[in-house]
Design a protein around this ligand. Structure first.
Ligand SMILES: [Zn+2]
Length: 326
């Protein structure tokens, strides 16, 4: 079964340890080409995440984009997805689609020209914060629970204008509600779970989940063990509780997965790397109708990105501006 995963941190590991080998090795990586092929991952969103000591340095963002090209897109099995056409072709050509996202806008320092440059480089999704505050908004670990700054509101407007998809994973709750209010486009949570099932700060409240559903977003259930369950060890069937809960809130067509592989140091038992994703699919097939499993593991993300990625022609205009204009 085709799998679409909305978040992994391979690029961050490659940035810190260039010796790691995505194409052949497994040493030190959860997501590798061989494992994606083995489990049926057909689209993977690769996050540009900078370790905290580098988080303000745009140069490392560009280096991450370079690594994406040199180490991942250079493989003939991969195809870069920047447009609806790319996504369609990746599937028709039997290649793995690779998308780019930015996790936390710290390195932009409020300079929206840098945001536009990243859009032109093919980044299509932007997480506003990591756990801490930055120039745009507060992350979820800031006790003051601040929302967006004035510069952050400008970021929302520019993302909306460009068609850059905004990602609320790691964003403070106040920031979440301000974004829902201000954004003219649906937003996503690429790697977040339900707080009602695992009461962790990083997870989403029922009200947040309902709001993402009502505004047409998608929630990527993540495999970070403490976000799945507060009881250890965490088994794969705990993931079903999050699916059931989000479905009960009306979210059957808004559930996806965002593993956070290569961004985690502990794993769900039996779901320890990307090559084991098919085990999750088999478990889901025991509990849900096949057509629903297809939505969860692929269809919902696919539908969202087919709707919100730009047309090829929009890029030819030079500027990234979408039909929304300024
Ligand atoms: Zn993250």
């Amino acid at each position: 079964m085709k799998i679409f995963d909305a978040h992994c941190d391979v690029l961050s590991k490659l940035l810190e340890n260039p010796g790691l080998d995505f194409a052949r090795g497994h040493e030190g990586l959860d997501v590798t080409l061989e494992r994606m092929l083995a489990s049926g991952i057909r689209v993977q969103n690769f996050a540009v995440y900078l370790p905290e000591r580098w988080s303000g340095d745009f140069k490392h963002v560009l280096e991450s984009v370079d690594l994406f090209h040199e180490r991942i897109l250079a493989l003939p099995q991969m195809r870069f997805i920047r447009t609806k056409t790319d996504l369609r072709l990746a599937l028709n050509e039997d290649r793995i689609g690779a998308m780019l996202s930015l996790e936390g806008v710290d390195s932009l320092h409020g300079n929206l020209a840098l945001l536009r440059i990243l859009y032109r480089l093919g980044i299509r999704t932007v997480g506003i914060t990591w756990n801490r505050a930055n120039w745009a908004a507060d992350g979820v670990l800031e006790a003051r629970n601040g929302g967006f700054t004035a510069a952050g509101m400008d970021l929302i407007r520019e993302c909306n204008r460009l068609g850059m998809i905004m990602d609320v994973s790691h964003l403070s709750e106040k920031g979440f509600w301000e974004l829902i209010e201000a954004s003219r486009r649906p937003v996503i949570a690429s790697h977040s779970n339900a707080k009602s099932i695992s009461n962790r700060l990083r997870n989403l409240t029922d009200a947040q989940i309902v709001s993402l559903i009502q505004t047409g977003g998608v929630i990527g259930i993540t495999f970070v063990p403490p976000f799945v369950s507060t009881e250890e060890p965490v088994s794969m069937d705990r993931i079903l509780l999050h699916i059931d809960h989000i479905c009960a809130l009306g979210g059957k067509r808004h559930i996806g997965f965002g593993s956070d592989f290569d961004g985690i140091r502990e794993w769900i038992v039996g779901l320890e790397h990307a090559g084991q994703y098919d085990r999750l699919v088999n478990l889901l097939l025991k509990h849900y109708r096949e057509e629903d499993v297809k939505l969860f593991v692929f269809g919902n993300w696919f539908r969202f990105y087919m709707e919100h990625l730009p047309e090829e022609s929009a890029l030819d205009q030079g500027a990234a501006a979408s039909s929304l204009g300024s």
